[in-house]
Design a protein around this ligand. Structure first.
Ligand code: ADP
Length: 170
């Protein structure tokens, strides 16, 4: 019997976009299991709570039986080892991602030589898509349809509305 390969797909997913899902879908067709792991300590000022981000991810990956959603704290390689994963999956977009991603991949290899980082490229339509850009455009009233799952789009607009209302009350 060949050994099953699990991949960890780490990130802040604040919120999950169609670009993230594109990578999950490609990853799940290569590896036996993909664990989407939301980083607890990465982003100091997220728009969505960790619970909200996890719930959205669970909702939009429900149809994929070899995809699991989890959260992690501390060193990614320690988490990957604890999950028995031998692969760190990352999505790579335009050239701007390379420098940071190379640094991370080499540092993680230094920390845990048996874990390989695998980069996947999304469909062209998502090449310039990021959670932060989506949040910026949506907060300025621009349309982000087609860039996010419908449920996430609705939750994003509700969240931004709630924030605007809270601002008005100050
Ligand atoms: P991080 O803060 O760790 O970059 P993100 O949630 O922004 O977390 O991204 C998680 C992973 O998904 C990263 O590897 C990132 O490069 C990748 N990613 C984000 N957006 C896209 C996209 N539109 N297409 C492909 N990969 C993406």
């Amino acid at each position: 019997m060949t050994q099953e390969i699990s991949a960890i797909y780490p990130g802040s997913f604040d919120p999950v976009t169609n670009g993230h899902l594109d990578i999950v879908e490609r990853g799940r067709s290569i590896f036996d299991r993909v664990v989407v792991a939301v980083s607890v300590n990465q982003d100091k000022n997220p728009l969505f709570t960790i619970e909200e981000r996890i719930e959205m991810l669970r909702d939009v990956t429900r149809q994929w039986d070899n995809v699991e959603i989890d959260q992690f704290d501390g060193l990614l390689v320690d988490y990957a080892t604890s999950r028995g994963a031998s692969v760190i999956l990352r999505g790579i977009r335009a050239v701007t991602d390379f420098d940071y991603e190379f640094q991370m991949a080499l540092m993680n290899r230094r920390l845990a030589g048996s874990i390989e980082t695998v980069f996947l490229v999304p469909a062209e339509a998502y090449e310039y898509l990021s959670s932060s850009l989506v949040k910026e455009v949506a907060s300025l009233g621009g349309t982000v349809s087609g860039l996010l799952p419908l449920l996430v789009e609705e939750l994003l607009s509700a969240k931004l509305e709630a924030l605007t209302d809270a601002d008005k009350e100050l």
